[in-house]
Write a protein that binds this ligand. Structure first.
Ligand code: HSE
Length: 310
């Protein structure tokens, strides 16, 4: 294989109760990335379209950092050229750097003839997250690479559990066109958590995982609650409470901040509920003088997808 083109999905991290430990992949929104073997060794980023302000310097770009680390661990007698089209903007809360990092890990592994396991790819991709936001968080990258819902059961050692996706689950997400940097959104997090809140939170993670395994939509709805991170961050997102309340009133199972925001996600049972929630969110935001992108999608169960090889 000399060339591979892939789709790297957007991701929703945290899923309300699972801060830094849960996430899922989006089916219809993501980046396209191409990787080409070159005679000249090293990593070159030739083009980034669809987003502004991303560096072409591989030591400063999430995908480049991942590529360099992989080639260091597994030296090759060729170089790699990367080009990418970002399907959505960085700072959206939809795992933009994770799509680049996870996509790079996956694509380069294919060009190298798959020396690395999916778990090892996630570890490489975490280096890209660290370069992009200062912390090697796994929830977005693991969701992008594994697909479906994931649970980061442990960071040290890294242990990822791929969770099932109930068939009728649908995502509706609104991305107000403002940027929230993950680094800034992590600075407002509480340093200490009252035991009572911790109990609520880990009980909800258990409920959500159980609901996903048993297709229990009511249990999923009951568990989409975040008493720790959402209260600390929601002021960063204009009209968060309004959108959340309207989504739930219109039939969403639950709604919350996607990753570190500003995207707000809602999970719904079935396409009809998703269409109603879409309309309710659109109405709620239409007179707010803030541009927004609104979309609905199934959950991606496959992770990174191969679009073309040569
Ligand atoms: N779990 C992370 C956070 C995701 O909420 O800060 C952001 O990339």
């Amino acid at each position: 294989m000399k060339y591979i083109k892939i789709f790297a999905p957007a991701t929703v991290a945290n899923v309300s109760c699972g801060f830094d430990s849960m996430g899922f992949a989006v089916d219809t929104v993501g980046d396209e990335m191409s990787f080409t073997k070159t005679v000249e060794k090293g990593v070159k980023i030739t083009q980034i379209t669809g987003a502004n302000g991303l560096s072409l310097d591989p030591t400063k770009n999430a995908a480049g950092v991942v590529a360099l680390a992989m080639l260091k661990k597994h030296p090759a007698d060729f170089g790699i050229e990367i080009s990418m089209h970002k399907g959505y903007s960085p700072g959206s809360g939809l795992g933009s750097s994770a799509a680049s990092s996870g996509g790079a890990a996956f694509g380069i592994n294919e060009l190298l003839d798959r020396p690395f396991s999916t778990l090892e790819l996630t570890k490489f991709a975490m280096l890209g997250e660290e370069a992009a936001c200062g912390t090697p968080i796994a929830d977005n990258v693991a969701s992008a690479i594994f697909g479906g819902f994931v649970l980061i059961r442990s960071y040290e050692p890294l242990d990822i559990v791929k969770l099932p996706v109930p068939d009728e689950l649908q995502l509706v997400a609104i991305h107000p066109q403002i940027e929230v940097k993950t680094k800034d959104a992590r600075e407002v997090l509480p340093k200490d958590v009252p035991l009572k809140d911790a109990i609520t939170q880990w009980a909800n993670v258990g409920g959500l995982v159980s609901g996903l395994y048993t297709n229990d939509y009511q249990l999923i709805a009951n568990s989409l609650t975040d008493v720790i991170v959402e209260p600390a961050r929601k002021h960063l997102i204009p009209h968060f409470d309004l959108v959340k309340n309207e989504a739930i009133k219109a039939g969403a199972l639950g709604a919350g901040i996607s990753g570190s925001g500003p995207t707000i996600f809602a999970l719904c049972k079935g396409e009809e509920a998703a269409a109603n929630v879409y309309k309710a969110i659109q109405n709620a935001y239409s007179d707010k003088n803030i541009d927004f992108n609104l979309f609905t999608s199934k959950i991606n169960t496959q992770g990174v997808k191969i679009l073309e090889t040569k």
